[in-house]
Design a protein around this ligand. Structure first.
Ligand code: MIC
Ligand code: SF4
Length: 652
């Protein structure tokens, strides 16, 4: 038999099932990591499972999102995450060490292994030949407690790369923007993208990681590159050559679909507001005034990327009308830039250097001015995500960002008349470099037991839903269109993120950027049967934040009825006991208005039966049919009111 890379890794990790499209499979997981904004819930849930230590070979707790510390809340969360990691045998990445995906790639990515992370951009690790999947906190906690990870086998799409990039002006960011242009933000749903072809060897691991990082924006389950000489070279730079093994698809491997990309034909591209797939060439935007430029994030933070920016800025000054912010993705890259003078060149040019954290990408500072144009080397430009509702955020490569910062306007970097030398990653660790100093290793088993987990006053227990009733009779609280993001459902940013460990408090912000009366209306209808949310295609795209399910559950949302769901959000809804329904006939969405009262009867029988549900408007004006499409385990989870009560029922 000939196998592709995905089949090889899945077969080597298979606990049960058959690795064939649409089958339920379960995989043994090698690594799990959490970040702080999703991690506090994940670890609280892990604690509630009552196991004595993490049961996966490597678990890492990162701190990277909630870093502003405008009061005690963030700092308390950091202490909780550090003590809980120490108590249960996980690594702890201290605040300042960097963004989880970049740091994990540097320190823990191993070709052929499988990692889960409580963040949608976990596939960044796929750049090093790993299967890396973003999941909700409760799924991560369940795996850390010893369960395999269950999923429906996605289709595998071969993305065949040929040609070579027009370096240094065209970059890996332009490659993934081109794929987004072609496939759209729904194009990866139900798919894994496996990269192959002779063009693969043109890309370094960090460049591959940019491509796999933004596979999340396609809605893909994950994206993976082969492990080759480039991968070995990368692992050498991390002092981890021993972790390398070759991994390529067999010559006759079969794929469900194929996409051809010629790297030589790619131009500098930009995703326009407010969606990562709204892509045009930078030349089409030529001359548009730019107010802010942000460089870094988990998408484009390699030494190579940021040193290239420094080369462009060296000896020049950022245009008067531009604010330039740089957030290096890891302390290691930051340190390398400081050691070789790149940082000095950026500072001299007028860059505002931020710490190694998510920062402006998730609206934690660095919000643009009213109506301002912000050009970012980041991965998401959803409306309002920057912290400024009417800001216009464009996503481009670091090179286009740097040229825009210098010229104060959009300019195709090939037309800017700038010459730079090519930058390559240093061949090995620099003498004296402190590679692991901010990673606290797990304790010895005897020491672990002595650790007291510290919880500040903002850390509240995770609420649990009662088992589902047989009838839902609830009001349609909101009706939305396609591509609703988790940022729409549960906004992030400096005001809201500090409440990530406090569901009662964060629930006030559900849908607040879309309709600020939502939480109040939900509270009113809660005693009268609760609420229903209606949406169209790709509902819940974007982040892995389970708060977009827990908080609506806390507000009494019983069901979400849509045309289609994004993968992680659907799992999160199930994990918190909210019934996820899809229209049998998508046109039926036209029947529904906000404020209608809908009734669904015989829920329990349907869940264990054909999973078809008749939904009727209570005064008899209309009725339509929906399906829940749950597998056996998911149906049981919904019947019990969520994954936590279901897991408890198994041990009772
Ligand atoms: C994001 O980029 O939206 C986040 C913030 O990293 C989220 C996680 C979160 O909401 O905490 C993600 O991508 O999963
Ligand atoms: Fe952080 Fe932005 Fe990356 Fe999310 S996408 S992990 S907020 S840098």
């Amino acid at each position: 038999m000939a196998y592709n890379i995905v089949q090889k890794i899945f077969n080597a990790h298979l606990v049960y099932g058959v690795v064939s499209r649409n089958n339920n499979i379960a995989l043994r997981i090698d690594e799990v990591y959490t970040q702080d904004a999703t991690g506090t819930m994940a670890w609280l849930q892990f604690e509630a499972m009552g196991v004595d230590r993490v049961k996966v070979p490597v678990a890492v707790s990162y701190v990277d999102h909630n870093m502003i510390q405008s009061n005690y809340m963030n700092a308390d969360d950091h202490v909780f995450l550090q003590t809980v990691a120490a108590r249960y045998g996980a690594w702890f990445s201290r605040p300042g060490n960097g963004i989880c995906h970049q740091v994990n790639l540097e320190h823990f990515a191993i070709p052929g292994k499988i990692v889960l992370g409580t963040d949608s951009h976990t596939p960044t690790n796929g750049g090093a030949g790993m299967i890396a999947i973003g999941v909700g906190g409760l799924d991560a906690a369940t795996v850390m407690a010893g369960a395999p990870y269950e999923l429906v086998m996605p289709a595998v799409m071969l993305v065949r790369l040929s040609g070579k990039l027009q370096r240094p002006w065209v970059t890996a960011m332009d490659v993934i923007l081109e794929i987004l242009r072609r496939l759209s933000v729904k194009g990866g749903v139900g798919r894994i993208l496996e990269y192959g072809g002779e063009g693969v060897s043109d890309l370094s691991v960090m460049e591959r990681a940019t491509v796999t990082n933004m596979g999340a924006e396609l809605g893909a389950t994950t994206s993976v590159f082969p492990s080759d000489d480039m991968t070995l070279q990368f692992l050498k730079t991390q002092g981890r050559a021993h972790d390398w093994s070759a991994l390529t698809a067999d010559p006759d491997a079969v794929y469900d679909e194929v996409l051809e990309i010629n790297l030589s034909e790619i131009d500098p591209l930009a995703a326009q507001p407010h969606s990562p797939d709204n892509v045009v060439s930078v030349r089409q935007l030529d001359g548009m005034k730019v107010n802010q430029v942000c460089i870094g994030s988990c998408t484009n933070s390699s030494y190579q990327a940021l040193a290239t920016v420094a080369e462009l800025l060296r000896g020049r000054v950022v245009a008067n009308n531009v604010n330039l912010l740089v957030n290096p993705g890891s302390k290691r890259v930051y340190e390398m830039l400081a050691r070789d003078g790149s940082l000095a060149a950026m500072i001299a040019a007028g860059a505002r250097i931020l710490e190694s954290s998510c920062g402006p990408c998730i609206g934690m500072g660095g919000a643009p001015g009213s109506g301002h144009v912000s050009v970012r080397s980041f991965n998401r430009n959803f409306e309002g995500r920057s912290g400024t509702k009417d800001a216009k955020v464009y996503l481009t490569s670091v090179v286009t960002c740097a040229v825009s910062a210098l010229t104060g306007q959009f300019k195709d970097p090939r037309d800017a008349g700038l010459a730079i030398r090519g930058i390559i990653e240093p061949a090995d660790i620099a003498a004296g470099e402190s590679v692991n100093s901010m990673l606290v290793p797990p304790l010895d088993i005897n020491e672990m037991a002595k650790v007291v987990v510290e919880k500040g006053p903002n850390i509240k227990e995770v609420p649990v839903k009662p088992p589902i009733g047989d009838v839902i009779n609830a009001e349609v609280l909101i009706k939305l269109g396609s591509n609703v993001t988790t940022d729409d459902i549960m906004p992030a940013g400096a005001k809201v993120l500090p409440f990530r460990s406090n569901i009662p408090a964060i629930s006030d912000f559900v849908f607040s950027n879309v309709d600020d009366t939502f939480a109040k209306r939900a509270a009113e209808v809660r005693p009268k049967g609760g609420g229903i949310v209606v949406g169209a295609e790709n509902y819940g795209q974007g982040s892995s934040r389970e708060h977009a399910a827990i908080a609506p559950m806390y507000l009494g949302i019983q069901a979400v009825i849509v045309v289609s769901f994004a993968r992680i959000h659907r799992s999160n809804l199930i994990n918190f006991g909210i019934l996820p329904l899809v229209f049998k006939n998508p046109a039926d969405i036209g029947l529904i208005n906000q404020g209608d009262r809908l009734e669904i009867k015989g829920i329990k029988d349907s869940l264990v039966g054909d999973q078809t549900f008749k939904v009727s408007e209570v005064s008899g004006r209309y009725a339509f049919t929906c399906a829940s499409n749950l597998n056996e385990r998911e149906a049981k989870i919904i019947l019990h009111g969520g994954l936590l009560p279901y897991t408890r029922s198994l041990t009772e």
